[in-house]
Design a protein around this ligand. Sequence first.
Ligand SMILES: [Zn+2]
Ligand SMILES: [Zn+2]
Length: 305
Amino acid sequence: MKSTNSVEAVAARRKQRVNWGTGVFLVIAHIAALAAPFFFSWSGLICAIILYWVGGSLGIGMGYHRLITHRGYRVPKAIEYFLVTCGALALEGGPITWVVTHRIHHAHTDRTGDPHTPRDGGWWAHIGWILDGRAQQYDHATLERYAPDMVKDRYYVWLNRFYYLPLLVLGLILLAFGGWSVMLWGVFLRTTLSLHATWFVNSATHMWGRKRFETGEDSRNSWWVALLTFGEGWHNNHHAYPTSARHGLRWYELDINWLGIWALQLVGVARAIKKVRFDRTTLAWRVVKNRGYWTKRYRRAEARS
Ligand SMILES: [Zn+2]
Ligand SMILES: [Zn+2]
C-alpha cells in the first residue's frame, strides 16, 4: 500500500481542493470580458491593446519570465522593479510565487512534481491547476530553495503579497477618467485574454507544435502561442536553453519580448544578455553572453587609455 504522504497521494489530494476565491473571480472576469464588446469604445480598445502589451510583454515575458525567473539579462534595479510591477498588472500572482512555480516547472517538466503538465490532462494544464486550492501555496523552505534571490528583497516580498494592488489602482483610475467602457476593456477583457494566452504556454505548447530540440519532455514551438504571448510560444527553444533572453531563434520566429530586450540593450539599459547562437564550426547551438553596447565601449576606451 502506498503511503498517504507519497508524491502520488499528495498530488491526488491537491486536485480535490478547489480555490473558490480564484474560481469566483475568474467567472466574474469572464462574464465581464464577454460583456465588454457591448460597451465598445475606441479608447477602450486602444487602452486594452496597450495594456495587453504592458502586462504581457513588458511584465510577464520580459519581466517575470526572462528577467527574474531565468536571469537571461540584467537591468538597473529601478527598471527591474518597473518591469516586474507591469507583470503584476497581468494578475498572474505575485512575482515570487510565479518564479517559484515556473522554476519548479523547469526542474520537473512533464514529470511528477510539474505543477501544470498536460500529461495530467490538457484542461488541468490550462486552467485546472490554477483552481487547485493548494497550487502556488509554498512553504518558506520551498521559497528559499527555488527563489533564494528573491525572498530577501523587501519590494518583492511586499508585491508578492499585494500583487493585485497595482491593477486595482489602475482599474479605479481608468474608471474615473475613462468610464465603464475603458475599465471593462482595459482590465477585464484584456486580463482574461492575457491569462488564457499565458495558460496556452502551459497547455498548448506542451501538446502541439514542432520540436527543434530533443529536450526529453513535451515542450514544443507554437507560432500562434508566440503571436499571442509576444514570443513565449517558442517554448521548445526555451526549454532547451532556459537562460537565453531570446526565444525565437530563426528570423521567422517573431519574438517581440526579445525585441524589447534588444531595445533596452540599444539604449544601454540591458546588459549581460544571454543568447543562443548557432555555431557554424561546431554545427551546434550554444549560449553566449553579450556584455552590452556600453560595457563594450567602456572596455574599449579603457584598453586604449
Ligand atoms: Zn514549459
Ligand atoms: Zn521558463
